[in-house]
Design a protein around this ligand. Structure first.
Ligand code: HEM
Length: 367
């Protein structure tokens, strides 16, 4: 059993991957533009005066070509500080062990479901890092509310057309968001607005869950016990960055590199596309999962921007890396196999679905 090939994926992902890498490319007449070179992508992400966020953040991965308004004034998040990363990492390690033990007690011998199993460890880890001074039981409750909001947001993001304001999908999402914001509002000494904290939690939980599941799926097809766990993480984020595409809207007419983009143009950038460029990735055979490619060579992992770039680059990058590095170090010591074929779900970023796996001992696992 294996993870489906990204290179032969259909849908939006396939369309983006098969685009010629020739600068700004229009994906369909009247449709969005795709920036296909590292220089253009950096320019789009690092120049918010020319390229702003689309109005509806919850659907910014939408490739429909809709011309949206922008949301200038979107606040910039401070990076999660090293002390907070340390707290989140410790919580992740503890909760991951607990999740495995609980599964083994409740359903011994049954496959694990990576997308399910990662939920609580990631939610609790990210919540602990973001709210380090809140007591543990309250934090865990907030982590559960954030998961509930993420679940309710799924159908909003996956819908082909934005669901109407009063549709059941929107109402469910709004109720889940309100429940989370009310709990955050009630925290003593809170300095960040509840809405901002909620966004930070949702982004910092949903994405690492998908990344962690991909990491497990890649390890299942590989034999890399001695690879540097950080290289395992980079290779996962190269081949299957969960935020594989993101969008900006041209604030006015922008002239870049000989192409004139009209005001309101939707411009897409894709870390997944950049991660398949020879100029950014050493070692050749770019569709293969080969963590050792980062062992030598002078190219910097991350140049394909799996955490974005510019003022809206990921503030939780170090925490995400720490969670995934712990997971890699755990998984590399085991013999992981997928219990069934994992497909690449494109309904919200990308995620492996289903991602059921079993493990056998490869060598002694440190306690
Ligand atoms: C493997 C883990 C992660 C990956 C791959 C990842 C990836 C990304 C990417 C690509 C962006 C930029 C999106 C864009 O430019 O439109 C982003 C933004 C963001 N990420 Fe992460 N992220 C991860 C973990 C986290 C964590 C742990 C947190 C919170 C603690 C977090 C919070 C955020 C927030 C709040 C934003 C929006 C920033 C803004 O709009 O200014 N992320 N992330």
């Amino acid at each position: 059993m294996h993870l489906d090939s990204v290179e032969s994926a259909g849908g939006r992902l396939g369309a983006v991957l098969s685009t010629p890498r020739s600068g700004f490319v229009r994906l369909s007449p009247g449709g969005p533009w795709l920036a296909t070179t590292p220089e253009l992508v950096r320019q789009v992400l690092a120049t918010p005066s020319d390229f702003d966020f689309p109005g509806d953040v919850s659907r910014s991965g939408d490739l429909s070509g809709s011309v949206g308004d922008t949301r200038s004034g979107h606040s910039v998040f401070a990076p999660v500080a090293p002390a907070q990363v340390a707290i989140g990492t410790e919580v992740f390690a503890r909760q991951w062990r607990l999740a495995l033990d609980e599964h083994d007690r409740a359903a011994p011998g049954r496959p694990y479901d990576a997308m399910e199993l990662l939920r609580r460890p990631v939610a609790r880890s990210t919540t602990a890092a973001v709210l380090p001074s809140v007591d543990e039981s309250q934090r865990d409750r907030i982590g559960d509310l954030a998961l509930a909001w993420i679940d309710a947001l799924g159908p909003v993001i996956a819908a082909r057309r934005p669901p109407r304001r009063w549709s059941r999908t929107r109402r469910t999402e709004e109720a889940a968001r309100t429940a989370l914001e009310v709990a955050l509002d009630a925290l003593p000494g809170r300095v960040q607005p509840a809405g901002e904290l909620a966004a930070l939690l949702a982004a910092g939980i949903q994405v690492p869950i998908a990344a962690g599941a991909f990491l497990i799926a890649w390890l299942a097809g590989a034999d890399v016990p001695d690879a540097d766990p950080t290289h395992v993480v980079w290779e996962t984020l190269r081949l299957t960055p969960p935020t594989w595409i993101t969008a900006r809207v041209a604030t006015g007419e922008v002239d870049v590199d000989g192409t004139s983009l009209p005001a309101g143009s939707l411009v897409l950038v894709s870390p997944l596309l950049l991660g398949r460029l020879d100029e950014l990735v050493p070692g050749g055979d770019l569709a293969a999962f080969r963590p050792d490619r980062w062992h030598e060579g002078d190219r910097r992992p991350g140049a394909w921007l799996p955490f974005g770039a510019g003022p809206h680059a990921c503030p939780g990058r170090n925490l995400g890396m720490a969670q995934l590095t712990h997971l890699a170090a755990w998984g590399q010591l085991l013999d992981i196999s997928l219990s069934e074929r994992a497909t690449i779900d494109q309904s919200r970023g990308i995620a492996p679905l289903p991602c059921r796996f079993s493990v056998a001992t490869r060598r002694e696992v440190p306690s």
